[in-house]
Design a protein around this ligand. Structure first.
Ligand code: FMN
Length: 214
């Protein structure tokens, strides 16, 4: 697959922190897609509730099957009474860096689509829809000068118990939101990984016609 020649846009190049100009797109895209990444080094700057709501607001506008909006968010901000409990849900590797985040946001999704007449049907796409909301959240955090780092490394059942999550909801992920810090904020063993990651070539993910993925 050859990228088309677009004058002045030869495939975007990012200048994201921690890996200046390390990401380059094969085709022209908005720089927000290259510049967003998931750092682990956070300053311990707190986030205001309106700033956090602004990030969740973007997630609210994600598309979803039947506009069911199955995503739900539960959050704690560092220093509030829930913070130790939220932090305690993470596995050791994640807790080691996420303790400097400004907020932890648990993303949940509803297994059911409820029609306007109150009739509930099982959703086939609740996690897919919630994943899209996470993507919007992450991009808005980046555009607002914050960073968001998604985590699957937490205890799902303990989260369910600690937050009182009913069986109709799936606990999808926990997201750390914070102000990106310098690498010296990180434990030594995490510093080498503090770089924007790369992606496999587009053609390895795309099939024209019959699926030929591996
Ligand atoms: C659903 C999901 C779960 C993830 N779980 C973790 C995790 O537990 N710990 C962690 O450090 N990073 C986690 N990540 C971050 C990914 O490793 C990261 O997004 C990926 O390497 C791509 O890098 P980038 O986000 O910097 O572009 C997770 C990301 C997603 C989307």
């Amino acid at each position: 697959m050859n990228a088309p020649a677009v004058p002045g846009l030869p495939g975007a190049t990012s200048n994201n922190m921690g890996g200046a100009r390390s990401r380059r797109s094969e085709f022209p895209v908005s720089l927000q897609f290259l510049d967003r990444w998931s750092p682990r080094a956070f300053t311990d700057e707190p986030i205001s509730e309106p700033d956090l709501m602004g990030i969740l607001e973007a997630a609210r506008w994600a598309p979803s099957n039947s506009n069911a909006q199955p995503w739900r968010f539960a959050y704690s901000m560092r220093g509030d009474t829930f913070w130790p409990q939220y932090l305690g849900l993470l596995n050791d590797n994640n807790r080691r860096w996420a303790d400097k985040a400004a907020a932890l946001v648990v993303i949940l999704s509803s297994r059911f689509i409820v029609a306007p007449n109150g009739e509930a049907s099982v959703s086939r796409t609740h996690s897919f829809d919630a994943g899209c909301a996470w993507g919007y959240l992450a991009l808005q955090a980046h555009l607002s000068g914050w960073a968001a780092h998604c985590m699957a490394g937490f205890d799902m059942e303990r989260t369910r118990g600690a937050l009182g999550v009913p069986p109709a909801f799936v606990v999808e992920a926990i997201v750390a939101v914070g102000r990106q810090g310098t690498i010296d904020k990180l434990p030594l063993n995490l510093r080498a990984r503090e770089l924007p990651s790369q992606r496999r070539p587009l053609q390895d993910s795309v099939s024209a016609g019959r699926f030929r993925g591996t």
